[in-house]
Design a binder for this molecule. Structure first.
Ligand SMILES: *Cc1c(COP(=O)(O)O)cnc(C)c1O
Ligand SMILES: [Zn+2]
Length: 456
């Protein structure tokens, strides 16, 4: 095979571990692993030739390359055969020009990367296709993997359950009781996963799944699907490749992304840095990691470093106990991908911001008024965008991309609560449905009165 990739320690310990090995941590320092590609092999094709190949494959039918992820197979996971790819045609999501919303905020070149317009309704599909395909390949090669398991704030479990079901691989999902939405819970149930609700929070579920899939005590036969498993990062990094591709290989000035466990911000940075090293772009955009104020450990670390007038390091970080937030998928106090995220932000001249519950909900509702339908996590990113525009950090002419992480329809309780003014702060954009008569003559009069009241 001309292209090769392997796991390596992010802290730089020597050693290459095959992608087909059941290994989640560095054997020397117990730190995170990342997938490293044979870039000399990738360099044998010129940047222009890669762009042409990617464009030729994009959203076409030649298996498996029509998928936004597998169209970049050589850069993502070259070590599996096409028949073991488990793809639901993920990626290729809409890059939405938010013209009216941007005009309201004072930026004319604002784009929303709609990663939630996807098979299970979140960007988690992008990583899960890579992880589950690798497991299918390992099983085909005789590895004794009985099941794949994850802890989840809702979207990871939905993606794992769908890809597992498509591949015929058993799935176990561990969910914090009463902390995910009905839409998120019903997805793994419908896909036939073993669905367990645990009397703890996400960080607690993470401890259980790590113990369950621990390789120190011998191989349990259960494979870990959380983003600590860096195969997922490889799929998610295609968000960056795709954004640049959708702009005809031009790089935006800013990319904002909500962050919880910090796998996605790390993945997005990895995509940009690899494109830079391989000559497809000359500089990455500035990344903005957007946290909920109720789950803001990275923001606190960033502020600590900023107050001291230096770049953020791991020593600035302290885990917090995450408080409940409307942005439930990022209610995480001790993010697994922290070391990768710190590097991602330093590499890209990044910024970390936070948004309060009222800010995230109002930003989400304001964007919806212009035709979007945003999840609360995307609301966090939009609230941070508003802050950067107000401060003048983001200029009126800058090209800005906000990564929308999930479909708003997964979070209807949030939307309903907002518009019914039940969230405990002022719903600035609440819209209340009105009951009117069924009598056509009277109804016409009432409707004209309602239109007059709006004045828009
Ligand atoms: C998982 C998720 C996030 C956070 O991504 P991390 O990689 O954990 O930082 C944000 N929004 C949604 C909707 C998610 O499902
Ligand atoms: Zn190491």
């Amino acid at each position: 095979m001309p292209y090769r990739a392997w796991f390596s320690c992010v802290a730089g310990c020597p050693g290459e571990h095959p992608l087909s090995q059941v290994i989640y941590r560095c054997p020397s320092c117990a730190g995170l692993l990342e997938v490293v590609h044979d870039e000399a092999a990738l360099r044998r094709r010129s940047p222009a030739a890669w762009m042409r190949v990617f464009d030729e494959r994009f959203l076409r039918t030649s298996w498996p390359y029509g998928s936004g992820v597998w169209g970049k197979k050589e850069w993502v996971q070259p070590m599996i055969s096409a028949d073991n790819v488990v793809s639901l045609f993920e990626g290729g999501s809409n890059l939405f020009w938010a013209e009216r919303y941007g005009a309201q905020l004072g930026v004319s070149d604002l784009w929303i990367k709609q990663c939630g317009t996807s098979h299970t309704g979140s960007f988690k599909d992008l990583g899960m296709t890579v992880l589950v395909s690798t497991v299918k390949q390992m099983r085909a090669d005789g590895a004794p993997i009985r099941a794949v398991a994850c802890a989840s704030t809702g979207d990871t479990s939905a993606a794992l359950a769908a890809y597992g079901a498509a591949a015929g691989i058993p799935v176990i999902v561990l969910l914090p009781a009463n902390k995910i939405t009905a839409a998120q819970l019903v997805q793994p149930i419908a896909n036939g996963a073993i669905v367990c609700s645990l009397d703890t929070d996400f960080d607690g579920c993470m401890k259980v799944v790590q113990r369950l899939t621990d390789t120190d005590r011998g191989d349990s036969g259960i494979y870990l699907a959380n983003s600590m498993n860096s195969l997922r990062v490889e799929g998610q990094k295609t968000i960056s490749l795709e954004i640049v591709q959708q702009f005809d290989w031009e790089v935006p000035d800013w990319v904002l992304v909500p962050g919880g466990n910090l796998g996605n911000v790390s993945a997005i940075a990895k995509g940009f840095m690899e494109m830079k090293r391989l000559g497809l772009i000359s500089t990455p955009p500035r990344l903005v990691c957007c946290q909920a104020e109720h789950a803001n450990p990275l923001f606190l670390a960033y502020e600590r470093a900023r107050a001291a007038g230096r770049e953020m390091t791991l020593d600035d970080f302290e885990a917090v106990r995450a408080r409940p937030t409307l942005a439930s998928a990022i209610q995480i106090g001790d993010p697994v991908s922290l070391p990768k995220a710190v590097k991602a932000l330093v590499d890209t001249g990044g910024i970390v911001l936070q948004a309060s519950e009222a800010q995230l909900a109002n930003a989400s509702a304001r964007a919806d008024r212009t035709g979007l339908f945003t999840c609360p996590h995307t609301g966090v990113a939009l609230a941070c965008l508003e802050q950067l525009i107000e401060r003048g950090t983001i200029g009126a002419e800058d090209r800005v991309v906000v990564v929308s992480t999930a479909h708003g329809l997964k979070f209807t309780e949030f939307k309903a609560g907002y518009h019914e003014r039940r969230l405990g702060f002022e719903s600035e954009y609440a819209n209340t449905p009105v009951s009117i008569t069924g009598d056509p003559e009277q109804a016409i009069g009432e409707l004209h009165r309602l239109l007059d009241q709006r004045g828009d």
